[in-house]
Design a protein around this ligand. Structure first.
Ligand SMILES: Nc1ncnc2c1ncn2[C@@H]1O[C@H](COP(=O)(O)OP(=O)(O)OP(=O)(O)O)[C@@H](O)[C@H]1O
Length: 551
């Protein structure tokens, strides 16, 4: 079940949608704790139910044989008891549900302190953190108090229910003994049979607290399941308003003659954007009517004031945001995704991003030789080698310490071959790449195979260079760089751009620095939208480098 839920959670960028739109609380807790309680409790309840059924069949015969009315009274008593306990304990389901949520919120608060330890320490924010955490803890504690009070009331009833009835079998059967109808041993026999049947009929009363916790778990899992289904469902059509991401065969891409200087050289288009209107999820327009084409080695710089929508444009290109209209067309090299793209040049197979991503839930970048470097460098948990191989050779990110482990837990291993096009780099290649991005010195410090908290032990600039090392290893056709050199000095910035250009990677960068113009051919300037003005809020200009080439 864990594998099944994680699969759907990571498919189609569902984890991103859940997080960015705050659709559901604590999915991690649902996958770890709720699944564990669900399977454990479901198993133990099934066994209890089975035991009760066998018990009931065996002892009903005995009791019914001794005195049938006793059996009927017992049945009525347990039905009444069940109804009262359901009435008394009905609040427990909600309280258990909230308890799970509040404890998970508290735990998440502590995780955030751990993850942002340095920033909090710099701010000296211990007191505020303490207050925030105490608020969360208090909320969980108060809910637990309510839960205990409700449980106590229910427990009073359950105990009374259990003991008050004990006198009944003896009281009913004893006169029969004194009148000589039955033998003495039958009194004991009837008390024992009575108690067994009472236990079987009173399953709900005795297990009410466990059952209410179980229903809270079922509610949380059900809610999670619905959200995952909605996010992954093929049957849900994208609204007509959505941005379409389309893949076409690279061969079908329009061929452009390059700028008059080298007429014999031809450049294929890698990306076309047609009439794109980009909106935030809250529907405010960021970019109006954008159309552009990116051909090979035609590097574009996107600039504009903070908050104008530069990163959002990359989000739309990555398929993370779909709000708006228009088309984003990628021309993918033949063979990059042979099972999906027709080799027939005349009838190139077109897929929307939705269809494409349904196939094993792979992201756009994984499918089509496109590499995104996000604004916040991301360091995976693991060794330096795993940092470098991420995400292109993602199956190597999880080391198996025990060679038998894979055979035993086959259902846990990922059968998808993540990238069979590219040859996996050897140790020497990794060392060379580190030196290429001027990170050779961290090898001496950490080695390739020791595990560290990389986002703490590496500076931001080092993490950005490591991200470039990943890019260079993946050798994509097109790289989308979101302020990915913002923490670097100019010398390193120049060096990295020269490296990716030398690898023949076409790139689109987002950035504010004027020095970036030197590595790009055109600039797309986005300005803030004005609700009174329906004109496009962007323009494309050649950079100084491009202008000087023309002169
Ligand atoms: N999940 C979201 N829901 C609603 N609005 C959002 C969301 N994420 C970002 N925005 C808004 O969209 C606008 C554009 O954000 P974006 O991150 O694209 O800006 P940017 O141009 O890259 O800015 P910067 O240069 O500061 O990085 C901002 O006004 C931001 O507040």
């Amino acid at each position: 079940m864990t594998r099944y839920y994680m699969d759907r959670y990571l498919k189609n960028q569902t984890f991103y949608k859940l997080q960015s739109q705050s659709i559901i609380d604590n999915p991690d807790q649902r996958i770890v704790d709720d699944l564990s309680s669900f399977t454990g409790t479901a198993l133990s309840f099934s066994l209890t139910l089975f035991n009760a059924a066998v018990d009931l069949i065996s002892f009903s015969n005995i009791l019914y044989g001794i005195y049938p009315p006793l059996f009927v009274v017992l049945l009525i008593y347990s039905i009444g008891g069940t109804a009262i306990s359901v009435f008394l304990g009905k609040g427990l389901v909600t309280l258990n549900f909230l308890q799970e949520k509040k404890e998970a919120d508290f735990r998440y608060g502590l995780v955030r302190v751990r993850e942002n330890a340095e920033s909090i320490a710099f701010y000296g924010g211990e007191e505020s953190e303490m207050q925030l955490l105490l608020t969360r803890f208090k909320s969980a504690f108060e809910n637990l108090t309510q839960l205990l009070i409700s449980s106590r009331n229910l427990e009073f009833f359950t105990s009374g229910y259990r003991y008050v009835i004990q006198i009944l079998p003896a009281a009913v059967v004893a006169p029969m003994y004194f009148s000589g109808k039955i033998e003495f041993g039958v009194i004991n026999q009837s008390v024992s049979a009575f108690n067994h049947i009472l236990g079987d009929f009173s399953l709900i009363v005795y297990q009410f607290q466990a059952l209410s916790a179980f229903s809270a778990v079922i509610n949380r899992l059900g809610e999670f399941d619905d959200v995952l289904d909605r996010s992954n469902s093929k049957s849900l059509p994208d609204s007509l308003e959505d941005i379409d991401i389309i893949y076409k065969d690279f061969i079908s891409s329009p061929v452009f003659e390059s700028n008059g200087l080298t007429p014999q050289e031809k450049h294929e288009t890698l990306l076309e954007i047609e009439n794109l209107i980009l909106k935030t999820p809250s529907e405010s327009t960021l970019i109006r009517d954008l159309s552009l084409a990116i051909k090979q080695k035609d590097n574009l710089l996107i600039t504009g004031p903070s908050g104008s929508g530069k990163t959002s444009l990359l989000r739309a290109m990555a398929g993370l945001w779909k709000t708006g209209t228009g088309k984003i067309i990628y021309y993918v090299k033949e063979g990059e995704d042979t099972e999906k793209f027709s080799s027939d040049v005349n009838t190139p197979l077109i897929n929307t991003a939705r269809d494409s991503m349904e196939d094993g839930g792979k992201s756009i970048s994984r499918k089509s030789g496109i590499f995104f470097l996000p604004q916040k460098p991301y360091m995976v948990l693991g060794t330096l080698r795993q940092q470098l191989l991420y995400p292109t050779w993602g199956d190597d990110v999880v080391p198996t310490s025990d060679s038998n482990e894979k055979d035993v837990l086959t259902f846990l291993s990922n059968s998808d071959d993540m990238n069979n096009e590219l040859v996996k780099p050897e140790t020497d290649d990794l060392i060379k790449i580190l030196e290429d991005v001027r990170l050779g010195y961290i090898l001496a410090r950490f080695g390739l195979d020791s595990t560290h908290e990389w986002s703490s032990v590496l500076s931001l600039g080092e993490q950005q260079r490591l991200a470039f090392a990943r890019l260079l290893l993946s050798k994509p056709q097109l790289a989308l760089l979101d302020e990915s050199t913002s923490a670097l000095d100019e010398a390193n910035e120049v060096h990295l751009y020269e490296k990716i250009a030398a690898e023949g990677v076409t790139y689109i960068s987002v950035g504010h620095r004027s020095t970036l113009c030197d590595f790009h051919d055109r600039v797309l300037r986005i300005s803030a939208t004005d609700s009174n003005n329906e004109q496009p809020n962007w323009c494309i200009e050649p950079t100084r480098r491009e202008s000087s080439l023309k002169i």
